[in-house]
Write a new protein. Structure first.
Length: 161
Protein backbone atom coordinates (compact mmCIF):
# COMPACT_ATOMS: atom_id res chain seq x y z
CA UNK A 1 0.00 0.00 0.00
CA UNK A 2 1.37 3.36 -1.00
CA UNK A 3 1.99 6.15 1.45
CA UNK A 4 -0.92 8.57 1.80
CA UNK A 5 -0.28 12.30 2.06
CA UNK A 6 -3.09 14.72 2.75
CA UNK A 7 -4.32 17.82 4.51
CA UNK A 8 -6.10 17.32 7.87
CA UNK A 9 -9.67 18.03 8.74
CA UNK A 10 -9.91 17.76 12.53
CA UNK A 11 -12.93 16.58 14.53
CA UNK A 12 -13.47 15.61 18.16
CA UNK A 13 -15.00 12.56 19.83
CA UNK A 14 -18.22 10.73 18.96
CA UNK A 15 -18.63 11.86 15.35
CA UNK A 16 -21.70 9.92 14.29
CA UNK A 17 -22.77 8.75 10.86
CA UNK A 18 -25.57 11.35 10.70
CA UNK A 19 -22.95 14.07 11.08
CA UNK A 20 -20.89 12.50 8.29
CA UNK A 21 -23.86 12.21 5.92
CA UNK A 22 -27.33 13.34 7.05
CA UNK A 23 -30.00 10.62 6.86
CA UNK A 24 -32.33 12.75 4.74
CA UNK A 25 -29.71 12.76 1.97
CA UNK A 26 -30.02 8.98 1.60
CA UNK A 27 -33.52 8.80 0.13
CA UNK A 28 -32.40 8.82 -3.50
CA UNK A 29 -31.56 5.71 -5.49
CA UNK A 30 -28.70 7.74 -7.01
CA UNK A 31 -25.92 7.58 -4.43
CA UNK A 32 -23.22 9.02 -6.67
CA UNK A 33 -23.67 12.51 -5.23
CA UNK A 34 -23.20 11.81 -1.51
CA UNK A 35 -19.95 13.77 -1.50
CA UNK A 36 -21.92 17.00 -1.91
CA UNK A 37 -23.40 16.57 1.56
CA UNK A 38 -20.46 15.41 3.69
CA UNK A 39 -20.61 17.09 7.12
CA UNK A 40 -23.09 19.66 5.77
CA UNK A 41 -24.85 20.15 9.11
CA UNK A 42 -21.76 20.43 11.31
CA UNK A 43 -19.34 22.09 8.86
CA UNK A 44 -21.30 23.74 6.06
CA UNK A 45 -19.27 24.16 2.88
CA UNK A 46 -16.65 21.58 3.84
CA UNK A 47 -17.61 19.24 1.00
CA UNK A 48 -16.57 21.82 -1.58
CA UNK A 49 -13.22 22.42 0.11
CA UNK A 50 -11.99 18.83 0.38
CA UNK A 51 -9.19 17.89 -1.99
CA UNK A 52 -8.47 14.37 -3.18
CA UNK A 53 -6.24 12.67 -0.66
CA UNK A 54 -7.28 14.73 2.37
CA UNK A 55 -7.37 13.05 5.77
CA UNK A 56 -9.82 13.23 8.64
CA UNK A 57 -8.32 13.25 12.13
CA UNK A 58 -10.67 12.59 15.02
CA UNK A 59 -10.90 11.53 18.62
CA UNK A 60 -12.68 8.54 20.09
CA UNK A 61 -15.61 6.55 18.68
CA UNK A 62 -15.58 7.96 15.14
CA UNK A 63 -18.49 6.64 13.07
CA UNK A 64 -20.86 5.81 15.91
CA UNK A 65 -24.58 5.68 15.26
CA UNK A 66 -26.24 4.05 12.28
CA UNK A 67 -24.61 1.07 10.63
CA UNK A 68 -25.28 2.15 7.06
CA UNK A 69 -22.42 2.05 4.56
CA UNK A 70 -23.25 5.48 3.18
CA UNK A 71 -21.03 7.27 5.69
CA UNK A 72 -17.70 5.79 4.56
CA UNK A 73 -18.88 5.79 0.94
CA UNK A 74 -19.58 9.53 1.11
CA UNK A 75 -16.09 10.16 2.53
CA UNK A 76 -14.48 8.22 -0.31
CA UNK A 77 -16.56 10.08 -2.90
CA UNK A 78 -15.56 13.40 -1.33
CA UNK A 79 -11.85 12.55 -1.73
CA UNK A 80 -10.96 11.53 1.82
CA UNK A 81 -8.13 8.98 1.63
CA UNK A 82 -7.92 8.00 5.29
CA UNK A 83 -9.47 8.58 8.69
CA UNK A 84 -7.09 8.65 11.64
CA UNK A 85 -8.88 8.42 14.98
CA UNK A 86 -8.21 7.28 18.51
CA UNK A 87 -10.97 4.69 18.10
CA UNK A 88 -13.81 3.76 15.75
CA UNK A 89 -17.29 2.40 16.19
CA UNK A 90 -16.87 -1.24 15.22
CA UNK A 91 -19.58 -1.36 12.54
CA UNK A 92 -18.18 1.78 10.91
CA UNK A 93 -14.71 0.21 10.97
CA UNK A 94 -15.96 -2.93 9.26
CA UNK A 95 -18.06 -1.04 6.69
CA UNK A 96 -15.14 1.24 5.85
CA UNK A 97 -12.70 -1.59 5.24
CA UNK A 98 -15.29 -3.46 3.16
CA UNK A 99 -15.78 -0.35 1.01
CA UNK A 100 -12.06 0.42 0.79
CA UNK A 101 -11.64 3.42 3.11
CA UNK A 102 -8.43 3.20 5.10
CA UNK A 103 -8.84 3.67 8.85
CA UNK A 104 -5.97 4.09 11.28
CA UNK A 105 -6.37 3.86 15.05
CA UNK A 106 -3.91 6.36 16.42
CA UNK A 107 -3.89 9.65 18.30
CA UNK A 108 -2.50 11.81 15.51
CA UNK A 109 -1.97 15.05 17.42
CA UNK A 110 -2.64 17.17 14.34
CA UNK A 111 -4.18 20.59 13.86
CA UNK A 112 -6.63 21.65 11.17
CA UNK A 113 -4.77 22.07 7.89
CA UNK A 114 -1.63 20.16 8.91
CA UNK A 115 -0.29 17.77 6.31
CA UNK A 116 0.02 14.12 7.35
CA UNK A 117 1.77 11.25 5.66
CA UNK A 118 0.46 7.82 6.56
CA UNK A 119 2.32 4.59 5.93
CA UNK A 120 -0.21 1.90 6.86
CA UNK A 121 2.20 -0.94 6.18
CA UNK A 122 4.88 0.45 8.49
CA UNK A 123 2.32 1.69 11.00
CA UNK A 124 3.46 5.30 11.00
CA UNK A 125 1.73 8.69 10.90
CA UNK A 126 4.06 11.64 10.29
CA UNK A 127 2.92 15.22 10.69
CA UNK A 128 4.83 17.07 8.00
CA UNK A 129 3.71 20.41 9.41
CA UNK A 130 5.26 20.04 12.86
CA UNK A 131 7.67 17.11 12.40
CA UNK A 132 5.98 14.84 14.95
CA UNK A 133 5.56 11.13 14.36
CA UNK A 134 3.18 8.55 15.82
CA UNK A 135 3.08 4.81 15.41
CA UNK A 136 0.20 2.38 15.29
CA UNK A 137 -0.23 -1.32 14.78
CA UNK A 138 -0.01 -1.88 11.02
CA UNK A 139 -2.78 -3.63 9.14
CA UNK A 140 -2.47 -7.32 8.30
CA UNK A 141 -1.88 -8.11 4.60
CA UNK A 142 -5.52 -9.10 4.04
CA UNK A 143 -6.82 -5.72 5.22
CA UNK A 144 -4.17 -3.88 3.22
CA UNK A 145 -5.23 -5.85 0.13
CA UNK A 146 -8.87 -5.10 0.82
CA UNK A 147 -8.26 -1.35 0.98
CA UNK A 148 -5.90 -1.38 -2.03
CA UNK A 149 -8.52 -3.19 -4.11
CA UNK A 150 -11.08 -0.53 -3.23
CA UNK A 151 -13.16 -2.84 -1.07
CA UNK A 152 -14.53 -6.33 -0.82
CA UNK A 153 -16.61 -6.24 -4.01
CA UNK A 154 -13.57 -5.29 -6.09
CA UNK A 155 -11.46 -7.94 -4.38
CA UNK A 156 -14.02 -10.59 -5.33
CA UNK A 157 -14.24 -9.24 -8.91
CA UNK A 158 -10.45 -9.55 -9.18
CA UNK A 159 -10.69 -13.16 -8.00
CA UNK A 160 -8.49 -12.51 -4.97
CA UNK A 161 -11.07 -13.63 -2.39
Amino acid sequence: MAEIVGKCWVFGDNVDTDQIIPAERLVSANLSHLNDFVFEKVRPGMAGEISDGDVIVAGKNFGCGSSREHAPLSLIQAGISCVVAESFARIFYRNSMNIGLLLVECKAGAAEGDVLSIDAQAGRVCNRSDGSERSFEGHPPFIAGLVEAGGLVNLVREGRF
